[in-house]
Design a protein around this ligand. Structure first.
Ligand code: BTN
Length: 328
């Protein structure tokens, strides 16, 4: 566990009794100056920590933000090896890419409470106010670039597992959007709860690193646009750090299965959650031009969307899917 997480854990355990800088330094095997620096950094992130004579440091309040030192102790899977981030950043994907280029190991996480320049798929921006979870992870899969098509779907299965563990009913919209089901079995889906953006560095025959960024709408905003869903509209609110931890746990379980048995092992689960099956859709290119139209048949073992179109079965490996209204 990082020193920052250890300091927070010790202050939380000490409660009203407080903890002197000297005792804390002794327990952690660091200098008192180092302890003071961690306390200053925690205050900077929004923790209220009093320093009282004789009692030492007293933790008065903890911000409800997905912060690395809160998320780390909630994540049991040893796959996750490094936690970075803070209350606000421009884009966790940019931060994670910087770390990936610098050689950070697989299993590195960057998590933030808001983003000033959140990036979405297809060059769009991703609205990232406080009340959401914004995280990016570094993966180093030994795959050829062509084999990577199914990886975004693997991450979406992981996000869905995490949200389900919290009590939500997640659905998947190819390639990698996560939606929440409506209140009743027959009701239309409530809206998109999470988006995933993959960026990578690859040579001709091997992937060096992948950064997968996940944005999750957690606390409902004052005005929710149509087609958007929030976790806390569907389950009892918990801390945003618990949401981040549940999603990371889901992602590492799905990614582990993918690495040992391939996407095929996850396909039945993807299909069970697939909200497009049987629906008429339009798949568009990045520039908005229509790539394919048809009724969704399935997702194939390579992660492609299979459509029954006028000219027969068609498998598409990328694009933006919109549901088509029945012809008037
Ligand atoms: C989409 O368009 O659906 C994908 C949205 C991905 C947003 C996440 S938020 C965390 C990470 N950092 C970013 O700048 N983008 C991704």
């Amino acid at each position: 566990m990082s020193r920052r997480s250890q300091v927070l854990e010790a202050l939380t355990a000490a409660g009203e009794k407080g903890l002197s800088g000297e005792t804390l330094a002794g327990e952690l095997g660091v200098s008192r100056v180092a302890v003071a620096k961690h306390v200053a950094a925690l205050r900077e992130s929004g923790y209220v920590i009093d320093a009282a004579p004789r009692r030492g440091y007293l933790l008065r309040s903890v911000p409800d933000l997905p912060l690395p030192e809160q998320v780390e102790p909630l994540v049991a899977d040893p796959f996750w090896v490094r936690f970075e981030g803070g209350p606000v950043t421009e884009s966790t994907n940019e931060d994670a890419k910087r770390l990936a280029r610098g050689g950070t190991p697989e299993g590195t996480v960057v998590v933030a409470g808001s983003q000033t320049g959140g990036k979405g798929r297809l060059g769009r921006s991703w609205d990232s106010p406080e009340g959401g979870v914004y995280l990016s992870i570094v993966l180093r899969p030994s795959l050829a670039p062509a084999e990577i098509v199914s990886l975004p779907l693997v991450i979406s299965v992981g996000v869905a597992r995490g949200l389900e563990a919290l009590g939500c009913r997640p659905l998947l919209k190819w390639p990698n959007d996560v939606w929440l089901a409506g209140p009743l079995e027959a009701a239309p889906p409530a809206g998109k709860v999470s988006g995933i953006l993959l960026e990578m560095q690859a040579e001709a025959d091997c992937v060096e690193w992948v950064v997968a960024g996940v944005g999750i709408n957690v606390r409902p905003a004052e005005e929710t646009p149509a087609g958007v869903a929030h976790v806390f509209d569907h389950v009892e609110p918990c801390s945003t750090s618990s949401v981040a931890a549940a999603v990371l746990t889901g992602i590492s379980s799905a990614y582990r299965e993918f690495r040992t048995s391939g996407f095929e092992a996850l396909l039945p689960e993807y299909e069970r959650r697939n909200m497009l099956t049987g629906r008429e859709v339009t798949v568009r290119e990045m520039d908005g031009s229509v790539r394919a139209r048809g009724a969704v048949d399935s997702v194939d073992p390579l992660g492609r969307l299979v459509l029954a179109s006028g000219s027969g079965m068609l498998a598409v490996s990328s694009g933006d899917v919109t549901l088509r209204e029945p012809d008037a």
